[in-house]
Design a binder for this molecule. Structure first.
Ligand code: MG
Length: 385
């Protein structure tokens, strides 16, 4: 029996790499649903190759184009955000890879868990915004919830077979394109420089999050919920070689680490095949050729987003949701040239001070918080000059 896979966010960086992994293991996997936001050309191309049962093009403006292109094939075409959730309730796949960008991934993830589908999660914002609600629901529904983020996959692999809880985890970070620079030196960096990540090839939004190191801050929050840790049990280490993908320390002082070359296909494949490991033609680490592996504490002055994220998770409630909404807007405004790089944390901090705080938010409160803070952050971006 092949494992049937749905891919939400199939045209993004993670989605396309997942399709490569699946193409290498066609005896084991079958893609039955592909969902994309608005990249209709690539979605059509992917659907022609994979022949899924259904595709979703979320943006209704692209529906006719996709429908007409796939008309002669036996593939159902849906559109709109609601259909993303409705397909979760049907018996179309055994596991769904959530690889969408930002807050948009929350509703489909909640639907997947509610419907009892195994989830491979690449969309970290889902856990930043609603980590407690999502992980509680996954426990109640007893659904496997497997991280795809390379650091969390590393921790997940290190914990495999352990019955003792970790004492501490170390999330490693490349340090991003601006590692070693001071705050002043970053005053005039532009979009091109911020997008140029030294080790990983990723989408635009997460590349900017890596440059500000908000990505690592989000990963602290993600780790808290995935592995039931307190923020003080989670440390960040800058490790520019990107060979150690994260480490777990136990009560006896033992450390376990997961190592490998930086290639997202590795954690993607592990999530899809879990609990098994499959053959892979990814490169292998050559220790003889490697001069050193280095580790250092991150520069929290140069990268204020780290402390903003720790502050948000310590306050809890809807504060991480406020953090995320403000960040999504600030990053998109930076990408289109409306604000400067150093202003991203300023916008976020202002939203964290001004937005209404709720200590124990229900799901609906999070939806409302997201909406309000996005509009608040948009206003701040306009008035910051
Ligand atoms: Mg990561």
């Amino acid at each position: 029996m092949k494992r049937r896979i749905g891919i939400y966010g199939s045209t993004g960086s993670i989605g396309t790499q997942a399709l490569e992994v699946i193409a290498n293991h066609q005896d084991l996997f079958e893609v039955t649903v592909l969902a994309a936001n608005n990249n209709s050309n690539l979605l059509i191309q992917q659907a022609m190759v994979c022949k899924p049962d259904s595709v979703v093009i979320r943006d209704p403006d692209h529906y006719d184009k996709v429908f007409n292109a796939l008309d002669t094939l036996d593939i159902k075409v849906f559109t709109g955000s609601e259909s993303l959730c409705q397909l979760m309730e049907m018996d179309l796949f055994d596991m769904v890879l959530i690889a969408m960008v930002g807050f948009e991934g929350l509703k489909p993830t909640m639907s997947a868990v509610s419907a009892g589908k195994a989830v491979a999660l690449a969309n970290k914002e889902v856990l930043v915004v609603a980590g407690e609600i999502v992980t509680d629901l996954a426990k109640v529904k007893k659904v496997p919830f497997i991280p795809v983020d390379s650091e969390h996959s590393a921790i997940f692999q290190c914990l495999s077979g352990e019955v003792s809880k970790p004492e501490k985890v170390y999330l490693t970070s490349s340090g991003g394109p601006f590692r070693g620079m001071t705050r002043d030196e970053m005053l005039n960096v532009n979009v091109q420089q911020a997008l140029k990540h030294p080790n990983w090839s990723m989408g635009r939004k997460i590349s900017i999050d890596s440059a500000t190191m908000m990505n690592k801050g989000f990963e602290v929050i993600e780790a808290k919920w995935l592995f039931s840790l307190t923020p003080t049990q989670i440390d960040i280490l800058v490790h520019p070689q990107c060979i150690v993908h994260s480490m777990v320390q136990f009560r006896d002082g033992t450390l376990k680490a997961q190592l490998g070359l930086p290639d997202m296909k590795l954690p993607i494949q592990y999530a899809l095949s879990y609990p098994y490991r499959l053959d892979a033609n990814f490169g292998r680490v050559d220790f003889a050729d490697m001069h050193s592996l280095t580790f250092e504490a991150p520069d929290r002055n140069a990268f204020p987003c780290i402390d903003l994220a720790y502050g948000a998770i310590e306050q809890g409630g809807n504060m991480p949701c406020i953090l995320n909404a403000a960040n999504e807007i600030a990053v998109s405004q930076f990408l289109c040239g409306k604000i400067r790089f150093y202003q991203i944390p300023l916008i976020i901090e202002r939203c964290m001070v001004k937005a209404d705080f709720d200590k124990k938010p229900e799901y609906e409160v999070l939806l409302e918080t997201n909406k309000r803070v996005r509009s608040m952050a948009t206003d701040f971006c306009t008035s910051i000059h």
